[in-house]
Write a protein that binds this ligand. Structure first.
Ligand code: GLP
Length: 240
């Protein structure tokens, strides 16, 4: 496990974007798994800038995403698919046919099977970007999750519903379930970076890095991965 401590959100975003640009420059057909949430938005802005300046070519990159809310169609303003299009995909030269997403509408059992099949077809992914929840969740794998899991249906905890309510008009609009890559599918990637910024993430970062390997902190599963880099700012690192 490598830990890169940076000063602030901007430096975290710069470092993370640089690593992905290096990856895609070395291997244009890289398979990359993206995360949602506010944390990677700065990184995505840097990727857009680099793409606009022709510093990197994303046209052959294959994209995947960690998770999606149940019941939100891709067009819904708060669906993760919509988020990715707005924050990144629509502003870089990624080929729309190379974008893969778990679907949160329709037959969920079938969707889970389909996404596991997609991931298996491209296994192992080259590069995965993660954020972390204040309760230590990665993707939507909540405390108590199974470390052997693949893509699955998840009941969101109240803590997650409350912290994600800021994106919705009303807390009652936040979906109670999600489809999410499981811990086993996430750890299958060759390289993983986890980004964290701000005091609210300090305890989760401490538990993930210094705490025991336990399902109580899903991010502690990363301790056994051979190529994971935590890029964390001073506040997120403040308890280490
Ligand atoms: C959601 C996503 C996670 C993300 C987390 C943290 O729950 N499913 O993938 O890491 O939020 O979000 P933020 O970066 O906004 O703190």
């Amino acid at each position: 496990m490598q830990i890169i401590k940076v000063k602030n959100y901007q430096e975290m975003s710069d470092k993370a974007a640089k690593l992905l640009i290096e990856q895609v420059s070395l291997k244009p057909t890289s398979t990359v798994c993206f995360a949602t949430g506010s944390t990677p938005i700065g990184m995505y802005k840097n990727l857009i800038l680099a793409s606009n300046n022709n510093q990197v070519d994303f046209s052959k990159m294959l994209t995947f995403n960690l998770d999606e809310y149940i019941g939100l169609a891709p067009e819904h303003s708060q669906s993760y698919q919509n988020f990715m299009h707005k924050q990144l995909f629509d502003q870089i030269n990624v080929n729309s046919q190379n974008i893969h997403f778990p679907s949160g509408v329709g037959d969920i059992t079938q969707n889970i099977e389909n996404y596991n099949q997609v991931l298996e077809n491209y296994s192992p992914l080259d590069f995965t970007i993660l954020g972390i929840g204040t309760n230590g969740h990665i993707a939507f794998n909540e405390p108590g999750c199974d470390f052997e899991s693949q893509t699955q249906l998840i009941d969101l905890t109240n803590e997650t519903i409350q912290s994600n309510a800021r994106f919705f008009d009303d807390i009652n609009d936040v979906p109670k379930q999600a489809i999410s890559m499981g811990i086993k599918s996430i750890l299958n990637a060759k390289q993983i970076i986890l980004l964290a910024s701000g005091k609210a993430k300090a305890q989760a970062i401490y538990d993930a890095i210094k705490g025991p390997y336990t399902t109580k902190c899903p991010a502690s599963a990363l301790q056994v991965h051979g190529n994971v880099t935590f890029i964390i700012d001073e506040e997120a690192a403040s308890l280490l």
